[in-house]
Write a protein that binds this ligand. Structure first.
Ligand code: FES
Ligand SMILES: [Fe+2]
Length: 427
């Protein structure tokens, strides 16, 4: 049985301490959501396996109907681990005294007596997608398993890239892909990236690059012919541990999903998924195999790109500067999430809803009203005198003066949630 504690009374006006966030990178709690657990192929029909998942001991089994179930590991009779047991049809039978549980967790049989006790084991929501088993660390999912926004609702083909382990929390690995500074210092990218940030749903945030390929040499000029607009580099994150990157010229986008989950010793276990829209027929099948292979090369580069940093970093974001704005946005977005305690999965705090009400008053903006969920304003307005062009798409925007970097001594950012304009920085 999961002990329920009173959820924290989180509110949208709770200040966010960037240096010591309440959700980002925490190992004593986990954001409520879907996390990848295993490759589907690693759990055959009729098999059961043990899994420590977000600190909780689970038994995972695949019934003879092909469906996977996730249950709390310890048998309520005497505490035997149910992964020592066996699958019978779609039920799970404890090895020790043969008590048998149905797919919904109900105890259906005690071999030594006619009538079972009235009890059940705790089951958890499970889905299979992209050849992976996903588990939700809450009783009722509030959203679906992650989809790449560009491919949402479409039939897709997928393949698996590398499985990997990093020496830090998944959130820290994830923000690497939107760390604008490091593309120049680590990856020698000749393009200065700058993201348009959108909170699409309470759980989903996207970062789309807005800069164009510079025409500074013949190679870049050639490359630029394949991009009518900005250089395609789009990140989408759901609940901070699963995300996708979309890259490539206008005629061919490559999509890679990075599935991560935190471990009890503060690491991240990852699996990359290569994904493309499904093309029909034998030729389409062949084209997809080639595309997925090319996507794998891109995915491996991303998966291994900054490995040495992730093995040794001790995250402490003490001196944020304007160039870190995307990471700040990610942290602030994550601070809204519903969380459960590590291992117990008791509700720790509830989701802070997005405030969708547009701001009405600020003469320095081009448009009088903005709704971040309105496609017409998707690109965001220009903020006069600011280098943070999309700031007003968000209720808790941080504004930056051109070329200026400011933070208080503790790295605290006051979350601006009122409708009276942006006052994000302590004076
Ligand atoms: S411990 Fe499971 S049946 Fe006895
Ligand atoms: Fe990187």
């Amino acid at each position: 049985m999961v002990a329920q504690t009173q959820p924290a009374a989180a509110s949208s006006s709770t200040p966010v301490n960037i240096a010591d966030p309440d959700v980002f990178g925490r190992t004593d709690k986990a954001v409520e959501g879907w996390y990848w657990a295993l490759r589907s192929a690693d759990l055959a029909k009729g098999k059961v396996t043990a899994l420590n998942f977000l600190g909780r001991e689970l038994a995972l089994y695949r019934g003879h109907d092909g469906n996977v179930r996730a249950v709390d590991a310890y048998c309520p009779h005497m505490g035997a681990h149910l992964a020592e047991g066996m699958v019978e049809g779609d039920n799970l039978r404890c090895f020790f005294h043969g008590w048998t549980y149905e797919p919904d967790g109900t105890l259906t049989s005690i071999p030594c007596q006619n009538k079972p006790l009235d009890l059940r084991i705790q089951t958890w929501p499970v889905k299979e997608r992209y050849g992976l088993i996903w588990i939700y660390n809450g009783r009722e999912p509030t959203h679906d398993v992650f989809e790449v926004p560009e491919l949402a609702g479409q039939e897709v083909d997928w393949g698996h890239g590398a499985a990997f382990e990093k020496g830090c929390h998944p959130n820290i690995v994830m923000v690497n892909a939107i760390d604008e500074q490091h593309f120049t210092t680590v990856h020698n990218l000749p393009v200065k990236l700058h993201f348009d940030v959108q909170e699409r749903t309470p759980q989903l945030i996207t970062f789309d690059n807005t800069t164009h390929i510079p025409m500074s040499n013949p190679f870049l000029r050639f490359l630029g012919r394949f991009y009518a607009g900005p250089l395609t580099y789009k990140m989408a994150y759901q609940t901070g541990s699963t995300g996708s990157v979309t890259v490539g010229p206008d005629f061919l986008h490559f999509h890679i999903i990075f599935c991560l989950r935190p471990t009890s010793d503060g690491k991240a276990l990852g699996q990359t998924v290569l994904i493309t829209d499904r093309r029909r027929g034998p030729v389409g099948w062949l084209v997809n195999r080639v595309l997925l292979f090319l996507t794998k090369l891109v995915g491996d580069y991303f998966a291994h790109g900054d490995t040495k940093i992730f093995q040794t970093i001790k995250w402490k974001f003490k001196h944020p500067i304007a160039a870190d704005r995307s990471i700040i946005r990610f942290i602030k977005h994550l601070e809204r999430m519903a969380t459960v305690t590590w291992e117990e999965w008791s509700v720790e705090r509830k989701l802070v809803p997005l405030r969708r009400k547009p701001r009405q008053e600020d003469a320095s903006f081009d448009e009088p009203t903005l709704n971040p969920f309105d496609e017409k304003t998707k690109a965001g307005p220009h903020v006069a005198g600011s280098s943070f062009e999309s700031a007003r798409n968000f209720e808790d925007a941080v504004s930056f003066e051109q070329g200026e970097t400011r933070a208080d001594t503790e790295g605290n950012f006051e979350e601006s949630t009122d409708t009276e304009g942006v006052t994000p920085w302590p004076a």
